[in-house]
Write a protein that binds this ligand. Structure first.
Ligand code: NAD
Length: 281
């Protein structure tokens, strides 16, 4: 495993598992299987409605909570709710969150930011981050912050490497966690002939080449999978290294185009869905 050292000195594993779209039972099973295989980073969110399942997966794995780097995200509907962090801790059955994000730069995100800063001061959260913030809104957050953030979580992969954003993050000593690191499973990305060529050279799958590219580009990755074989494969990327020339060839695939095209209307529709996070099994 390789580690990313954040601008507050906290170290996090660079590869883990994400449980977006997983039912609580699927989150439980995948997290337990991943942790048994050596994974130590888990990414969930209030809005995934599987924080309790994720916590059960950690317990079931037999791996101690202290060994797991647990990441979750506050949903905008609770940015102004004073008990939001404590309720999240209760669902995760833990007394601390290793990295807590604001999930979206909408509604009263500044109130949310003050909440996560308070949670840091109270020792409930070790590091904080911003997910899906644009460059413009991030700059606003840097001005507003009393405690500077450590990470952003955004879509990133070889077709959308976030070059401009990464230059800004470097100025602030911040890290990038890549969501959709495999392009959400899109075949055209995974089946790029370049990855097959490099895979043949290193005895690795196309997905492993993409994930290795992320690591060498400095991105923390949380590929999603319900398949134990894939989970193992996605973690088995620390025994080889792409050359500078190969990294450059992969950089040539940049289309500066995301898969996910968000909009304020779409976000408003999600926000209109009344989600009772505490009602999840
Ligand atoms: P991903 O890029 O990780 O792709 C997952 C897809 O790739 C699945 O279809 C899976 O079956 C397939 N796959 C996984 N491993 C494979 C392998 N070795 N070979 C071939 N196919 C493989 O996309 P994702 O799962 O949607 O995203 C990963 C994580 O990012 C999520 O679980 C979540 O934690 C996070 N995320 C965050 C946000 C956000 O707004 N912050 C948004 C989306 C996702």
């Amino acid at each position: 495993m390789e580690y990313f050292e954040m601008n507050n000195g906290v170290r996090m594993p660079m590869a883990g598992i994400g449980v977006f779209t997983f039912t609580p039972d699927e989150a439980e099973a995948s997290v337990a299987s991943a942790l048994k295989d050596g994974v130590r980073l888990v990414d969930t969110a209030n809005a995934y409605m599987n924080e309790r399942g994720t916590a059960r997966g950690i317990e079931k794995s037999g791996v101690s909570r202290e060994e797991v780097f647990l990441v979750t995200k506050l949903w905008p509907s609770v940015y102004e709710k004073e008990t939001a962090v404590d309720e999240t801790l209760a669902r995760l059955n833990t007394d601390h969150i290793d990295l807590l994000f604001l999930h979206q730069p909408t509604r009263n995100w500044k109130a949310g930011y003050r909440q996560i800063e308070k949670a840091v001061k109270e020792g409930k959260v070790r590091a904080i981050g911003l997910s899906n913030f644009s460059i413009e809104t991030l700059k606003e957050a840097f001005e507003f912050a009393k405690i500077q953030p450590q990470m952003v979580q955004v879509e990133a992969h070889p077709y959308y490497p976030q070059t401009e954003l990464k230059a800004l993050l470097a100025e602030h000593g911040m890290g990038l966690m890549a969501w959709y690191p495999l392009g959400h499973g899109d075949k055209s990305l995974i089946q790029e002939p370049l990855f097959a060529q490099l895979g043949a050279k290193y005895g690795k799958s196309n997905a492993q080449i993409i994930l290795r590219w992320h690591i060498q580009a400095g991105n923390v990755i949380i590929p999603g999978s319900r398949n134990p074989e894939h989970i193992r494969e996605n973690f088995d990327i620390f025994d080889f290294e792409l050359t500078a020339d190969e990294m450059e060839k992969i950089a040539g695939l940049d289309k500066n185009t995301p898969y996910y095209h968000g909009s304020d209307e779409l976000l408003d529709r999600y926000l209109a869905m009344a989600m009772d996070f505490n009602a999840q099994p």
